[in-house]
Design a protein around this ligand. Sequence first.
Ligand SMILES: [Zn+2]
Length: 506
Amino acid sequence: MRTLLMLNVALLGACGGAELVSIEDSTDDGQTLNAAAVAYLQDAAPRLGMGRGDTVRQRLHFRDDKAQEHTRFDRFYQGLAVRGADLIVHRGDVLEEDITTPMQRPIDLSTKPTLNPDEAAYLGQAGFVGERSASLLSQKPKLVIDAFDGPDKLALAYEVVTEGTQPDGTPSVLHTFVDAHSGQILRSYDEIETAAGVGKGYYNGTVTLEITKNGTKFELRDGVRGGHRTTDAASVVLTSTTTTFGNGTDADRLTAAADAHYGAAMTWDYYKTAHNRNGIANDGKAALSRVHYGNKYNNAFWSDACFCMTYGDGDGKVLKPLVAIDVAGHEMSHGLTSRTAKLVYSGESGGLNEATSDIFGTAVEFFAKNASDTGDYLIGEKIAGPSLGKPFLRSMSSPKDDGRSIDHYSLYKAGIDVHFSSGIANNFFYLLSEGGTNKTSGKRASGIGRAKAEKIWYRALTTYFTSGTTFKQAREGTLKATRDLYGAGKAEETAVTQAWTAVGVN
Ligand SMILES: [Zn+2]
């Protein structure tokens, strides 16, 4: 808790002057009492209507760039916080000494409530929408004086604090002011404020991030996308003292975090915009992103158990930090697959699972329109290190270019790694989007544009693919999806047929 300094300002009887009667000095934040401001406040007390029963507590003291001092005080009346009646004492050579406060008259109000705290808590918490956390339910409402509507409309009120999570996953610390006599809700506000931050990522340049102000810090907590958080490997949310996260180099641990936070936001927005999907699980709740996992870890992974993505920093040789946008989209899309078709991660369904992540990772990269990482049909081109031996992990337009992936069903063998058999469906998607020729069969397919190809794959995945879907069944599923979306016997259906035929799936 922020306990600062307490001093009492009281009018002392006969002489009529204001005099400081006591100072409570708490040292836990190291702030010293601004004696000159206190003296000025004492002198001003009569015209501010402050007298016996009034107390002020120094909250903040700073000197601006014109060498003016500004000291903030909170006001109390008979021990109750007077909310909305705080004071600022201004002193210095340039400005005249002055006090800013909306309350310039004596407070005359009974501090005896009609309602008891439990009744106030019941009324105050009734308006909370979402899931309350149990810990704070036992916190007693505090009696305060509500002065937010000015000195003419003072009200004795209970301040009820309810902590929990809003339906979209955004954390909430709701303060509700309940009239201590009538039970009327006077006002409420949420302590958790969303803010616009700036991310200076490793790959994405300078981007806007949705962050959250919590006390004096800013957190990588996205208030508009299901409460998505970016944390360190121990799942502790990452914070900054300013609204800027990262500096574009890996010397700052927030740089990778900025990229991961941005990648998650773009993935969320892509699914919302392109497929009207409300988060990976379509329940409005965000996944979690964890960065700096392990030591020089050359991978990134999705885990259903924590509903989270985890990124390594790479060893700098084979791979660089794995937080590029197509990798983010790839990982989160594994979450989508596990919430829909549940394609088993081995055999043909495993290749389709990996291809689904490459398809949507690529779609997210195009969607973001980021000038520092423009859209392409390569996977991991930003994270390739000098000793990887190729400038990307996988290519959808030419899968065999990585030296291990296959682009045609005739090359499929049982036991082939799912990251290489994915090439069959990756090349299908590329040919369907852009048109072209499969390099193994030499067969051509016409392109219908990426947007339609994405819709077809999404519908097939969510509507027709099952856990054991094979390439042949994927062909059937995408053809059904195409007919659902664009009608039977149309150019889209022809293109899907051509593209599968080109990659040897008949
Ligand atoms: Zn994957």
